[in-house]
Design a protein around this ligand. Sequence first.
Ligand code: ATP
Length: 476
Amino acid sequence: MTDAASNDPVTSSNAQGEEGPASGMKADLETITSLAKRRGFVFPSAEIYGGFAAAYDYGPLGVEMRRNIRDLWWRAMVQERDDIVGVEAAIITNPQVWTASGHVSNFTDPLVECRECQGRFRADHLEPDDQGVVRCPNCGKAGAMGEPRQFNMMLSTIVGPVSDESGRAYLRPETAQGMFVNFENVQTTSRKRLPFGIAQIGKSFRNEITVKQFIFRTREFEQMEMEFFCHPERSLEWHTYWKKERLRWHYGLGMRPEHLRLRDHTPDELSHYSQATADIEVHYKWGWGELEGVAHRGDYDLTQHAQHSGKRLTYLDPETNQHIVPHVVEPAVGLDRVMLSLLLDAYDEDEIGGEKRVVLRLAPSVAPVTVAVLPLSRKDTLEPTAQRVASMLRKQWKVQYDDTQSIGRRYRRQDEIGTPLCVTVDFDTLDDQAVTIRERDTTEQIRVPITGLEAAVRERLEALQPHVPSLDEIEI
Ligand code: ATP
């Protein structure tokens, strides 16, 4: 299939969401794509072979940033709570799971083909121009689109040595079903009572029609999902709770509140299983787009799996002694999309001493490098002390040691990858056993003794963390 749909990811269609007035973000996709490649966050996949549509490889900095985001999600959703436990389910599993879940028959997007250039597009991503005419985003021809047909987005494969349809299996298009099929196993082994949740982080796969939007929409991506099982009568309250809680999590990562909003789905937007869904959306430079979905899935999934498997997937209410089918609230977010949104939102350009600089104002908790250790000169005399400082800090934070080029250039490089603090070791250090801490955002410098360095770094990192409002302070 051609990917002509989105040659210009920023302007070609509303594929990332609804168009709207430009936000205050300074970066567009092009800027971040180039920075990400130049600095080692994200590379086109298998670039030496010309890349592969909608596939990306994460480089040294990208890997660190993703680990941070993943860990923060797990910490907030599992570690710090008593009511949520984790699973890691198989990516390729019994295909009956996908029949029961409705994905085999319903997980489709409307696909249209241009009769002129044969480009294929998602019908719901095309918009009429001012004259009400739909033009092909690839060749510009008006009125050349064929009739939409439903295109199933699951990627499939053949499992086993015999290459026929009996071995047909799917790569999971969401991690959620892994939680539903394990509901009974988890409930009995963890002895959780309602309400409780099951969380999972892992890869999902979708044969997306519209791609070329960098890591916003790829065919292989990582999801962080949690299924919260609750009493049907309390499910709407829980839906409201999770909308707020998830918004708080994004604030904590450093997304600016003015660039986030909650939007409730209209009835015709709801998925086949959903009774209510809200999206947490980001105000990108090109308009609003989905970051996370908080869906109310009702009892759809457990009921479907009970019917298809013949197993009882219920909860015995200890108060009434009745079996009930819990309702489910699901916050589901893409790790790749979180990372992209943070990079876009953090990107800034300012001027220091009359020189333009690019700076990523990332929160310390997500920045790929937390502290850079920079000996002022490459002279051997500074190295042992600088290395000692670096290994001391490495025990707690991600540290980068850099002794190449001028100190000014090294500061700029750290600013551009979002490193919150630089520690400089200079010739005075040898006498006074003190170093300089330089802050990324203000470029302010303070001198501290090496013995007090860890405490000083910790204090400054804490001060740089974004403020997170309490649940009550969030109005939706
Ligand atoms: P979209 O409307 O953007 O296609 P969706 O509503 O189909 O997304 P969900 O099924 O709700 O997405 O998936 C939950 C989350 O997973 C999304 O909010 C997004 O962050 C992420 N996600 C979904 N599809 C992709 C993809 N192809 N690439 C990267 N992330 C994705």
